[in-house]
Design a protein around this ligand. Structure first.
Ligand SMILES: Nc1ncnc2c1ncn2[C@@H]1O[C@H](COP(=O)(O)OP(=O)(O)OP(=O)(O)O)[C@@H](O)[C@H]1O
Ligand SMILES: O=C(CO)[C@H](O)[C@H](O)COP(=O)(O)O
Length: 410
């Protein structure tokens, strides 16, 4: 049975339907969003053109778990998503028969939505107003909150689409509540209301040197951009990145930090990486991974008889630390693997990795050996975080299923 509420700008009444008239002002634009939501599983009726939001929550039945993944553009979000969806099995694809430029990826268990779809200003709008896409004024956080909340409550939404090909805002697409909703993009933890909806959050923290190396590799090789234009684009984004994107890492449950190697003195190629997995302590349903002995401080060079390492070798480190005043455990890997099949040796020394069978991390890494970062800590830690998210999901489901039984007992 759907439970609905009426909201107006001045009052909130209990009723069977919800009518909300949000009026937002960005850069002098007076925008009105119109979205009709439908109950989980039912066919949706959607319409644009009036000035109301109607929400009807499905109430009672299973809830969607929401994961936030934050990073700057070109920092490996898509690669991470491919690893994550693979852990749950099944291929992730854009909505069938929908907009070919949709940014959404749907698999049996997960739906990944890209928060670029909540840009309130299109490419021309940003240019005219002199703002970047990273600026909160170019994004509609009210709608992002309303829609993520609706999906979490089991209600389908008509989500806008930002078209990266044309730079325009396209007509919306229907997003039905999945078991796991991943919101990935620039600002999943910027708005407190959206942040509070997250069951788990990840920040990909790519140092400037590495970001530059990756961007050059992709934008020069694949997109034909010049070195100068890449430099200029990074520089132009930097103030807004520092102001609005980077601070989100303090809220993340886990941060994957990617730095230049310390194994090669003065390395500036950015090919060999030092990667840190920073895991907050005390997060519900999430127990940090550890190396050898939980809570100890350890430095480990695994190269030798069981792990082939060419120059500059591989070094692991593990230990407790603090991060933005939070207690964390940090696992670090510097260097790269020569042979992925030998990764089992490293895997067998890690604990709390939430595998379902011996060697699952190695199997996942081998399966996606062609993804960027498969020979270093980025791929390894992304895979492990994927397994931890599966574990968190299963624990949350088990908790929910147990709840009615407990209530009956009481
Ligand atoms: N772990 C990695 N190791 C090396 N290069 C990487 C890694 N992850 C990503 N890259 C490089 O960065 C590029 C962008 O990766 P990806 O598409 O996953 O990022 P993104 O954050 O989704 O980007 P965008 O937001 O621009 O779509 C890849 O084509 C690759 O060149
Ligand atoms: O930071 C970004 C997130 O991916 C993009 O730059 C932003 O979405 C604008 O996209 P485009 O360059 O296609 O207009």
């Amino acid at each position: 049975m759907a439970v609905c509420t009426i909201h107006t700008s001045t009052q909130s009444l209990n009723s069977r339907c919800s009518l909300y008239t949000p009026t937002k002002t960005h850069l002098g634009f007076n925008q009105r969003q119109v979205v009709f939501y439908s109950k989980r599983g039912s066919s949706s009726s959607s319409k644009r053109g009036s000035s109301s939001v109607i929400t009807c929550s499905a109430g009672g039945d299973s809830q969607t778990i929401v994961i936030g993944l934050a990073a700057d553009s070109g920092c490996g979000k898509s690669t991470f998503m491919r690893r994550l969806t693979s852990v749950f099995g099944g291929a992730a694809e854009p909505p069938k028969g929908g907009n070919p430029d949709s940014n959404t990826l749907i698999s049996d268990t997960t739906t990944v939505i890209c928060l670029d779809d909540y840009h309130s200003l299109d490419r021309t709008g940003r240019k005219v107003n002199g703002v970047t896409a990273l600026d909160p004024r170019a994004n509609n956080f009210d709608l992002m909150y309303e829609q993520v909340k609706a999906i979490k409550d089991g209600v389908a939404v008509d989500k806008p689409i930002y078209n990266h090909v044309t730079g325009l805002l396209d007509p919306p697409e229907l997003i039905k509540p999945p078991k796991i909703l991943v919101i990935e993009g620039l600002h999943p933890m910027y708005d407190e209301r959206v942040r509070d909806l997250l069951d788990f959050s990840i920040y990909l923290d790519i140092s400037n040197e590495v970001k530059f190396a990756w961007k050059i590799q992709r934008d020069m090789a694949e997109r034909g951009h010049s070195l100068e234009s890449i430099k200029a684009s990074i520089e132009a984004r930097k103030p807004d990145f520092d102001a609005y994107i980077d601070p989100q890492k303090q809220y993340a449950d886990t941060v994957i930090e990617v730095l230049p190697t310390q194994l090669i003195p003065d390395d500036n190629e950015g090919k060999v990486l030092r990667v840190k997995l920073i895991m907050k302590e005390g997060v519900k349903h999430f127990s940090p991974v550890y190396l050898f002995d939980e809570g100890s401080t350890i430095s480990w060079i695994p190269c030798g008889r069981k792990l082939t390492c060419s120059y500059p070798g591989i070094k692991f480190a593990y230990g407790p630390d603090t991060y933005f005043d939070h207690e964390v455990s940090v696992l670090e890997m510097d260097g790269q693997f020569d042979r992925l099949d030998e990764l089992i040796y490293v895997e067998s020394h890690l604990s709390n990795i939430s595998t379902k069978f011996y060697g699952e991390v190695t199997q996942q890494m081998l399966k996606h050996a062609d993804f960027p970062g498969s020979n270093n800590g980025t791929g390894l830690f992304q895979t492990i975080v994927g397994l931890k998210i599966r574990d968190l999901f299963e624990q949350l489901i088990a908790t929910k299923q147990a709840a009615p039984v407990e209530a009956t007992k009481a």
